[in-house]
Write a protein that binds this ligand. Structure first.
Ligand SMILES: [Fe+2]
Ligand SMILES: [Zn+2]
Length: 423
């Protein structure tokens, strides 16, 4: 649709609004480039039209405007929440008067209610697909996948800095969002450091293994991680629907002999490889829901967690968003059509063999004073065997933080940095 025609129609709608004539010189309002030249109602679509000075045209459905009225009766400033009672809400909204004063658009509705909208606020809520995508992208950093070679340049940050400095905190969370892994140096030699870091974000995600958990060899271990054996690559807690998002592992005491090395693979990289090179295996791992479970007892609390989910989970737009993989915690119940079972095992074997391929797998030995942090929805981790018969001390303390808390913190830190007025 030609912008010229649209403007003409808007203008004529604007002039036909009963209360508008004395404000009819809207078209001549001249403001900085982010502000509007023309504002009007397009009656055939029931939309407010804003023609910005930079020639972009935004349209806002009247139903959305009424729902997002910012007056104290409809929006509570202290909780920053919509309070309009939806049981009384009319979907077919009609306006009576439209006016613009300074940078405020005022709408009087047919039922007499009065709303006003700041132009800048409206601009930030554009319905133009490109603007919407920009807003979505700003809320989620696109990830970069990595292979073993990249790991040589893995981001390493100073632990003391992250505890004190918001810039380093943002760096860390951004690194995790983009690369899925980040290592800290200079972690004090005392327990409780994972909690200190979690508190910088928000709070620990508690699971049935507790808040802070100790990865140490124990007699009668409740989890295979609490042994000295080889720990196969896995993601933690795939049997949780709300799987903890970020894994913090502080090396408190490292085994002094051979072994106890950490293993990491970028699960998104493996999934991407399959999507490109073996689409049949990829599709099978995306479409086949298997069952993850954990049964046992920890600190006197009996648990039996069950979650059904594929190994590779996609968002509705096809973005890879979560990897579930844990050999010990995949249930023997397999509610999959029998003729798909072998195909699924073939695909899974391919996935796991790739994860172990030296091209993608990194092996390193954490030292006391180091902490590895990684995205538990994405990165597979494991450990080589160490010692035997419970001899040979190794103690790693862990905790989880949810991505909801981390992404919230990223937004808050970014807003602080730019003195953002409108969220
Ligand atoms: Fe683990
Ligand atoms: Zn209102």
């Amino acid at each position: 649709m030609a912008a010229k025609n649209l403007i003409r129609r808007i203008t004529s709608c604007l002039f036909s609004a009963s209360s508008i004539p004395h404000k009819a010189n809207l078209a001549s309002i001249n403001r900085p480039s982010s502000t509007a030249c023309y504002v009007g109602i397009q009656e055939n679509t029931n939309r407010l039209i804003v023609n910005w000075k930079d020639n972009l045209i935004d349209e806002y459905p009247l139903v959305w405007l009424r729902d997002n009225c910012q007056c104290p009766a409809c929006f509570d400033q202290s909780s920053q929440s919509r309070t309009i009672n939806f049981s009384h809400f009319q979907v077919n909204q009609k306006f009576k008067h439209l006016a613009i004063t300074k940078d405020i658009v005022e709408v009087q509705w047919e039922d007499g209610h009065q709303s006003s909208y700041n132009l800048q606020w409206l601009k930030q809520r554009s319905f133009l697909p490109k603007e919407q995508q920009g807003w979505l992208d700003a809320n989620k950093a696109p990830y970069n996948t990595w292979n073993a070679n990249y790991f040589k340049s893995i981001p390493v940050l100073d632990f003391k800095a992250v505890l004190q400095d918001d810039e380093t905190l943002l760096d860390w969370l951004h690194t995790l969002d983009v690369w899925g892994v980040c290592i800290f140096k200079n972690v004090p030699h005392s327990l409780g450091q994972v909690a200190n870091l979690a508190k910088r974000v928000g709070f620990i995600k508690k699971t049935h293994y507790g808040e802070e958990f100790s990865v140490q060899a124990k007699a009668n271990a409740t989890n295979v991680a609490y042994t000295q054996g080889y720990l196969q690559l896995h993601t933690d807690l795939p049997y949780y629907e709300y799987k903890p998002g970020i894994n913090l592992l502080h090396c408190y005491i490292q085994y002094k002999g051979m072994g106890g090395d950490s293993l990491l693979t970028d699960g998104f990289k493996i999934a991407e490889w399959l999507r490109e090179n073996d689409p049949g295996a990829y599709k099978c791992l995306v479409e086949t829901r298997v069952t993850w479970s954990d049964v046992g007892q920890e600190n006197g609390n009996r648990f039996h967690k069950v979650h059904h989910a594929p190994v590779i989970c996609e968002s509705s737009d096809g973005t890879i968003r979560r990897i579930n993989y844990s050999q010990p915690q995949r249930d023997s119940h397999m509610a999959v059509p029998i003729d798909q079972v072998e195909n699924w095992y073939r695909a899974l074997k391919k996935f796991y063999d790739l994860a172990l391929d030296p091209q993608y797998l990194v092996t390193f030995k954490l030292q006391p004073g180091e902490m590895v942090t990684f995205d538990n929805l994405r990165v597979l981790h494991g450990r080589t065997a160490f010692g035997e018969n419970l001899k040979g001390e190794r103690h790693v303390q862990g905790a989880y933080v949810d991505w909801d808390e981390a992404r919230s913190k990223i937004r808050v830190l970014k807003a602080n940095k730019s003195n953002q007025k409108y969220l």
